[in-house]
Structure formats: C-alpha cells, structure tokens
Design a protein around this ligand. Structure first.
Ligand code: GAR
Length: 194
C-alpha cells in the first residue's frame, strides 16, 4: 500500500468516496473522511471501509476559520498530504487553502466553467445544453474555479431527467476521479517540489 496519505472531504451520499475506495492500486491511502454534515450517508460508508472520520457542523464554530483550524489540525495529525473534495458542498477557506496549496482537488458535475455551484445537473438541463460532463480541477478561493486537470463529456439525451442524467454523469465521475488522483499523486511523487 502507498505511504502517501490523503483525505476525502464530502457532505452527502459518498458515491465518489466509494469509487475512490474501491479503485485498485490507488496511488495513495485514504486515511480520513472529513464530513461537514452530521448524519450524511458517506459517514457510514467510511466506517464500512474502516476509514477514520472527522464529522463536524461548521455552524457549531464561532467562525469559518475556527472550523477550518480544527480540520487542519486533524488532517495534519493524520499525516494527510492530499485532499480530495467529493461532493463537499462548502467553499474551502484561506486556512486550508494556504496550508494545502496545490494539493486540493475537486470534482464537479459539469464542463466548467459552465454551470458552477449547486445543482449543476439541473442547471445544464434547464439551459437546454446538449452536452455537459465532468471536471476535475485544483481548487482556489472561488466556487468551482481553479486550474482544470481533466474533463469528460456526457451527452444530454432527449427526455433526460435530473435523475437519468445524474446516473450517467456519476458513472463518468466514478471512473475519472480515481484515474486523475493516481496521475496527479504519482506525478508529484516523481517530481517532488523541494
Ligand atoms: C458529485 O456529483 C459531485 O460532482 C458533486 O456532488 C456530487 C456528490 O455525489 N459536487 C459538486 O456539485 C461540487 N460543486 P456523491 O456524494 O455521491 O459522491
């Protein structure tokens, strides 16, 4: 198993978390799940995989920076080098961004810069787009902005509903995210920044 340690941050169902965990020969070890939604089903999934969890409601903290300071302390305790956002429905703030510069990836269900933010699939359907897709990118301080690493198209079929389109988009996500993670982590190990 790889000695490079990583954390997944998620808020919801955790199908991407599951896909990452099930991927063979992952270039890093997922040692921690950070979840900002107590009760989210991704937490049970992590427990099933024997992955430690840090679950906290950010509203229980005096400020975003206090919440993130606690998250930062935890990821550091776990020796986390990479952070993968997988349906983490919250903007990452400066505390984590500065500490993990160039080390936080996000997956988003559209061809960014189209349809950023929440409900990207609904936005695509409402716009009448015939093609949408999936983007994996490094994050910055913006909402679903930051340098794009990989994109894959998904055709919007006539009669598609949010559910039917989501199924096809998530199939793409589950294959793409582990592949991109492996490429990025392996490349960084070959050419470490001194
Ligand atoms: C995924 O489709 C992911 O791309 C999206 O949330 C879903 C989480 O699903 N993320 C965003 O919209 C980020 N802006 P999951 O919990 O089943 O992995």
């Amino acid at each position: 198993m790889s000695n490079v340690k990583a954390a997944v941050f998620a808020s919801g169902t955790g199908s991407n978390f599951e896909a990452i965990m099930n991927s063979e020969n992952l270039a890093c070890e997922i040692v921690l799940l950070v979840c900002d939604k107590p009760g989210a089903s991704v937490i049970e999934k992590a427990e099933r995989f024997g992955v430690q969890t840090f679950v906290a409601n950010p509203k229980a903290y005096a400020s975003k920076s206090e919440y993130e300071a606690e998250v930062l302390k935890t990821v550091r305790e776990f020796g986390v080098e990479w952070i993968f956002l997988a349906g983490y429905m919250r903007l990452v703030g400066v505390t984590l961004l500065e500490a993990y510069e160039g080390k936080i990836l996000n997956i988003h269900p559209s061809l960014l810069p189209a349809f950023p933010g929440k409900d990207a699939i609904g936005q695509a359907l409402q716009s009448g787009a015939t093609v949408t897709g999936v983007t994996v990118h490094f994050i910055d301080e913006g909402m679903d902005t930051g340098p794009i690493i990989a994109q894959e198209k998904v055709t919007v079929m006539p009669g598609d509903t949010e559910e039917s389109l989501k199924v096809r988009i998530q199939q793409v996500e589950h294959a793409l995210y582990p592949r991109v993670i492996n490429n990025i982590v392996r490349r960084a190990s070959l050419y470490p920044v001194k």
